[in-house]
Write a protein that binds this ligand. Structure first.
Ligand code: GLU
Length: 483
């Protein structure tokens, strides 16, 4: 029988959820659910200097929000806890000491000054900077004497001096490194906490993790991890490294540019379903050109083989397009609910029926943050230039627009029962009577009632929402401008 698939998402609490990290979590989740295994959440907080308050909550919230529900983790427990690395201190110490006994690690008492000095000398000599192994040559007695004297220490991994370490990655294939280039990295720091390089191996083993999906920045360190697995005699997990998410060919998405975190995109008015769908296809492809998948469909078809080696470029326009597709699928009530906050401070006039505005917007909105600028003419007619009456395709210009508006005015004044259909029919009658194309009447109407060329609906829809009185007022303004 195959071993149960156990995976983990192991974020460091940085205070935000980077899109690349969320994608790692998503791929891990999809892999696990497609195999019927267990998905673990582990918090990697051993870098005490980088801790940010409330950062773990951001992780819990995002996972819950996006539906990436874990089976074990700090907040729900499990048989392999604790799931927060800072609570596993004793475990790492025990294993680091064991590794010393096994001869694959050693105590190092070198001072910061000595290490700085060593690095400077290596840099000056233009040789790779790495620890020179001084403390690995201390005798057992010398080490004991220093420990007894309470000297501060770290524990370093003892790399083999010869040979090669080779491993297989599911995405990148076989990778080999010459052991001589590997640095004797610190495993346990002077504060008693492990480095990532050590903790990830200990935890993945003790938590019975079978498949590791993580960023390709860890690819080059993986041989060192494998040497640790081998030193302990542990089974090496399956590695799946994924390439970074880039803004363009040169630059990664970065928090500083405000385009890197899940929260940034939620704030910009993207729907979580669209974000999850988009990032699933960002560096992974099921083949074919289909772009829209629910999470259940993704689980059904997910296969590690579809993960690409090349970095993925984040195309916000494509996300916006996909988001628009999701917006169109919402029920009118659900869309209205989401749109409401974006009307605040933009449409304050109680005479405007916001539900009607939402109905118009839902047909053309790509992201919720576009809403405010799409509806900023309802409360007051903005200043506009009469050149807006010129539209090549509609064959309008300021002259024929004036004629149209002068004809529209009495038609509108004559409507007694202000319904959309009455308004629409009356204007169509006018078009027929004037023997012109629709655009000759409707384009000038749109400009006159909105002062804009791009609006969430046509002139008739906007006029209807504005009401008879306000429509008349704006048409009169248009006529004045054009005269
Ligand atoms: N804590 C690491 C990070 O956030 C996790 C890497 C891994 O998945 O092993 O980058």
């Amino acid at each position: 029988m195959n071993k149960e698939v156990r995976t983990r998402f192991a974020p460091s609490p940085t205070g935000y959820m980077h899109i690349g990290n969320l994608r790692t979590a998503l791929y891990t989740y999809l892999l696990t659910r497609s195999k019927g295994g267990k998905f673990i959440l582990r918090i990697e907080d051993t870098d005490q200097e980088r801790l940010v308050e409330g950062a773990t909550d951001v992780i819990y919230r995002t996972m819950k929000d996006t539906g990436l529900i874990h089976d074990e983790g700090p907040d729900i427990g499990g048989d392999y806890g604790p799931y927060i690395q800072s609570e596993r201190r004793n475990i790492y110490k025990e294993y680091a000491e064991k590794l010393v006994e096994l001869g694959h690690a050693y105590y190092c008492f070198c001072s910061k000054e000595r290490l700085d000095d060593l690095r400077e000398k290596q840099e000056a000599a233009k040789v790779p900077t790495k620890y020179d192994g001084l403390c690995s040559r201390l005798t057992k007695e010398e080490v004991q004497a220093k420990l007894d004297a309470g000297e501060p220490y770290v524990i370093r991994q003892k790399m083999p001096k010869y040979g090669k370490t080779t491993f297989k990655d599911e995405v990148f294939g076989e990778i080999s490194v010459e052991n001589v280039i590997l640095d004797d990295n610190v495993l346990l720091k002077a504060d008693g906490l492990p480095t990532y390089n050590f903790a990830n191996v200990i935890d993945d083993h003790l938590m019975n993790v079978t498949h590791i999906i993580r960023g390709s920045e860890y690819l080059s360190s993986t041989p060192k991890y494998n040497l640790l697995y081998e030193a302990f005699g542990w089974e090496i997990p399956t590695y799946i490294h994924v390439s970074p998410v880039m803004r363009d060919a040169q630059k990664k998405l970065s928090k500083r540019d405000g385009d890197a975190s899940y929260e940034d995109f939620i704030k910009k008015g993207y729907l979580k379903e669209a974000i999850v769908n988009y990032i699933a296809l960002l560096g992974w492809s099921p083949g074919g050109d289909r772009e829209k998948y629910t999470i259940d469909e993704l689980i059904e078809i997910f296969d590690v083989k579809g993960i690409s080696k090349s970095p993925a470029i984040f195309d916000e326009n494509k996300l916006a397009w996909l988001n628009g597709e999701y917006i169109r699928e919402l029920s009118p009530e659900a869309f209205h609910e989401k749109a409401l906050p974006w009307y605040k401070g933009v449409i304050e006039n109680p005479a405007i029926d916001l539900k009607e505005v939402s109905a118009l917007l839902q047909k053309r909105c790509e992201k919720l943050s576009d809403i405010s600028e799409q509806v900023d003419f309802f409360d007051a007619l903005p200043e506009y230039d009469i050149e807006m009456y010129t539209h090549k395709k509609m064959k309008t210009n300021p002259e024929n627009s004036l004629v149209s508006l002068e004809n529209i005015l009495p038609v509108i004044e004559g409507i007694e029962d202000w319904t959309f259909d009455n308004l629409h029919d009356a204007l169509m009658e006018l078009v027929a009577k004037m023997e012109v194309k629709n655009g000759i009447v409707l384009w000038p109407l749109r400009v006159a009632v909105s002062g804009k060329a791009f609006t969430p609906g046509g002139g008739v829809e906007i006029a209807y929402i504005l009401g008879k009185e306000e429509t008349i007022k704006r048409i009169k303004t248009g006529i004045e401008k054009l005269k």
